[in-house]
Design a protein around this ligand. Structure first.
Ligand code: EPU
Length: 419
């Protein structure tokens, strides 16, 4: 089985360049279908989930050409299918973006019901509610979903909960709908703004992305654009935590520091020192790492996708920390791995209480999901001695060149066959 062997115990330090954002790229790539033209997208991370999305685009009939490691040209004029049946679509949550992307072009769209990381139940009721409010009928809510309409019409959608996916799907659906759509109680993550920026550059009329209300006036014609995906704030945050967790000083570059405000503030509150430039942040480790409380929230709150990595750092902080997970029902399974490394963690429902210990010890670790996998690399780097990490396909879904980047920061990590 593919895995990582990590000989930890040394500080990670130096500079790391951040890739394009996975969750923005997945939405922007799906959005190219709506435009019915040729798009060139740069800063696309070369990761498993992106490659599956490109395969889905090809299956639908798009002409997809990689024009560099991180650039892709996508001609969606030749798209002639409205259903996503790719066997791997089910393994990727973001495949549901093709519902929103295809409905405006064909009046019909279908996908096999998405899965993704193991984060507990992942309902899509808010997506389905939005489709219905914009004039669609929805069939087969289990196993696969088909959405169809004779006339896609603008409408008013108030989401019951703040959902990244439902917000993006709402934007995708409304850009070609007749008239005005108003989406309320929407998510404000940088990738929401990114997909809106891409579509606006291609001729859409979307206002308010990044605020609580998004207004979209449907248009019929789009033009070719050359667009660059935003930097990945979660990848950046992961390295910002990996440095101080191992006592090292890290510079993360090619980022938008504003996207990382909640993570930066937490790092300062545990004793780290930060220096911020236009497109970089330098994190110096704390003299004494202190405990804190974390509550995951929709953006601009502390991101759930940084929760496992930050909780790992807190394992060796002085005092007792509390980590509240408010987004996903099941995002603490990785804590069992940390406990086997000597961490003192008690999970009760939505909260993990972490009492700091002087050090972590090496162990055989597994990745439970993408971000938990990143946390395992950080934990193994913190522990002096050799740890192994299995189920690394989770990590490689979302972190570009993670082994090379970690190595460049001084981590002794090797990808190997682990029995
Ligand atoms: N929810 C519903 N009904 C819905 C949609 C969501 O109840 O119709 C619930 C979810 O069960 C969850 C909460 O609302 O409890 C938030 O879910 P959201 O829809 O915002 O999440 P998502 O769009 O499925 C994206 C990211 C996740 C990230 C979340 C939250 C992508 C492809 N995925 O998922 O990223 O955790 O937003 O920020 O963009 C990751 O990258 O590791 C990852 C899991």
């Amino acid at each position: 089985m593919d895995g990582y062997i990590v000989n930890g115990g040394r500080p990670l330090s130096g500079e790391v360049e951040i890739s394009g954002a996975k969750n923005a790229a997945l939405a922007v790539l799906a959005a190219t279908v709506i435009t019915d033209t040729v798009s060139v997208i740069d800063n696309v991370p070369d990761i498993y989930d992106v490659n599956i999305t490109l395969e889905i685009l090809r299956d639908l009939g798009a002409r997809v050409e990689k024009i560099g490691k991180n650039s892709v040209s996508i001609d969606t004029r030749s798209v002639d299918r409205f259903d996503v049946v790719h066997e791997k679509a089910r393994s990727m949550r973001a495949s549901y973006y093709f519902l929103g992307a295809l409905i405006g072009r064909f009046g019909k769209a279908g996908v096999v019901l998405p899965g993704g990381c193991n984060l507990g139940p992942r309902p899509i009721d808010q997506h389905l509610k939005m489709f219905k409010l914009l004039g669609c009928s929805v069939e087969g809510e289990y196993g696969s979903v088909t959405v169809s309409t004779d006339r896609l019409t603008g409408g008013q959608v108030f989401f019951d909960i703040v959902s990244v996916g439902a917000t993006i799907n709402g934007i995708l659906t409304a850009v070609r709908a007749e008239g005005l759509t108003v989406l309320e109680n929407v998510a404000k993550e940088p990738h929401i703004v990114d997909v809106a920026n891409f579509l606006n550059a291609a001729g859409a009329d979307i206002r308010g992305a990044g605020t609580d209300i998004i207004k979209i006036r449907g248009v019929k014609e789009f033009k070719s654009v050359h667009y660059s995906v935003v930097p990945d704030q979660i990848e950046a945050g992961t390295y910002m935590v990996a440095g101080p967790a191992t006592g090292g000083k890290i510079k993360v570059s090619r980022i938008i520091p504003k996207h990382l405000e909640s993570v930066s503030a937490k790092l300062e509150s545990v004793g780290c020192t930060l220096e911020e430039g236009d497109d970089y942040i330098v994190v110096s480790p704390a003299k004494t790492l202190v405990s804190t409380t974390i509550r995951t929230m929709p953006h601009p709150g502390f991101p759930t996708d940084m929760q496992p990595q930050f909780a790992t750092l807190l394992c060796t902080a002085n005092g007792t920390s509390a980590v509240y997970e408010n987004i996903w029902d099941s995002r603490f399974r990785y804590t069992d791995e940390l406990v086997r490394m000597g961490a003192d963690i008690h999970v009760d429902g939505k909260v993990a209480v972490i009492s700091g210990v002087p050090r972590l010890y090496p162990a055989q670790l597994r990745c439970w999901d993408l971000r938990a996998g990143a946390a395992m690399i950080i934990a193994a780097a913190m522990a002096e001695g050799v740890s192994t990490i299995t189920d690394i396909h989770h990590v490689e879904r979302g972190y570009e060149n993670v082994v090379d980047k970690m190595r460049a920061l001084g981590l002794d990590i090797t990808r190997a066959d682990i029995q």
